[in-house]
Design a protein around this ligand. Structure first.
Ligand code: SAH
Length: 271
């Protein structure tokens, strides 16, 4: 890489992996087959891209930094099932990403940490075509993705991920495995998507979850009554319809409780 005169760019969250065992382990965690089509976000020097390519039918990798062009050309010169797209994956709309695929696809990425949450939301909410998401994230973020209710890590992202699928931490990865070495350890999280896991309006569900956590110190009742512009009485009635204690706090409720709240919203409002 020094030969190519490449300089790591902090702004793009560039922490590359070169360890072959770790690269293979990430691909194994993704549960893909030689028939899979994979979207990678952040090709970097192409090390993970190349490992994925050896195990699946097709890889499309988005990379924001055009300075990586010559390095990627070199790393991927023998891979005929890889397409690198030099675009910002967050700013590219979902149709433009999906035109590269002929069927449902899986996502694998050693993500730049600053785009973790928006990227997860994008692929959970804007499409039905993703089979699974396997991502390297900061360890603290991984713990939030798999948290249980009543824990400090439990929050909006935990519930939204659980609404669309099932998340698990497949491995914890020391910061020493990255070049340059970042300030935090990481973990690989595998999210198996199960669309239609719950039968309810996903937009309203999301709004309710976000409103519930609006002010952490307030009760659920206060947060919901404020966000939905409902009287305390109406909100209490809504909670009762959903079988939830009127004194409950947002972090005590399970995904099923939020589904029940969503499904009883219209019953309550129409009364
Ligand atoms: N996959 C490589 C690189 C990981 S570092 C490896 O594992 O070694 C993250 C990569 O994502 C960097 O190359 C960075 O330039 C790229 N990146 C950052 N923001 C991006 C965005 N919005 N869209 C696409 N790529 C991005």
């Amino acid at each position: 890489m020094e030969l190519n005169g490449f300089k790591f760019n902090k702004k793009f969250g560039q922490n590359f992996i070169f360890d072959k065992n770790l690269l293979s382990a990430i691909v194994k965690d993704a549960n893909v087959t030689n028939n899979s089509q994979v979207l990678e976000i952040g090709a970097g020097a192409g090390t993970l891209t190349k490992t994925i390519a050896g195990n699946v039918k097709k890889v499309v990798s988005f990379e924001i930094d055009e300075n990586l062009k010559s390095i990627l050309g070199e790393t991927l010169k023998d891979c005929n099932n890889v397409e690198v797209v030099f675009k910002d994956a967050l700013k590219t709309n979902i149709e433009d990403i999906e035109k590269h695929f002929t069927e449902n696809y899986s996502i694998i990425a050693n993500l730049p940490y600053y785009i973790t949450t928006p990227l997860i939301f994008k692929f959970l909410e804007e499409t039905n075509k993703v089979n699974s998401i396997t991502i390297m994230v900061q360890k603290e973020v991984a713990e939030r993705l798999v948290a249980k209710n009543n824990c400090k890590d439990y929050g909006i992202i935990t519930i939204l991920v659980d609404f669309y699928g099932t998340a698990k931490i497949t491995r914890v990865v020391s910061r020493k495995m990255f070049t340059p070495v970042p300030n935090v350890d990481s973990a690989v999280v595998h999210i198996e998507i199960q669309k239609g896991k719950y039968n309810c309006d996903s937009k309203l569900f999301t709004k309710i979850v976000q409103s519930a956590f609006n002010m952490r110190r307030k009760t659920l009742l206060n947060n919901l009554s404020q966000s939905f512009n409902l009287s305390k009485e109406k909100t209490q009635n809504w909670l009762r319809l959903a079988n939830i204690s009127v004194n409950a706090r947002a972090e005590q409720l399970t995904t099923v409780d939020y589904v029940n709240l969503t499904n009883s919203y219209f019953d309550n409002i129409s009364q």
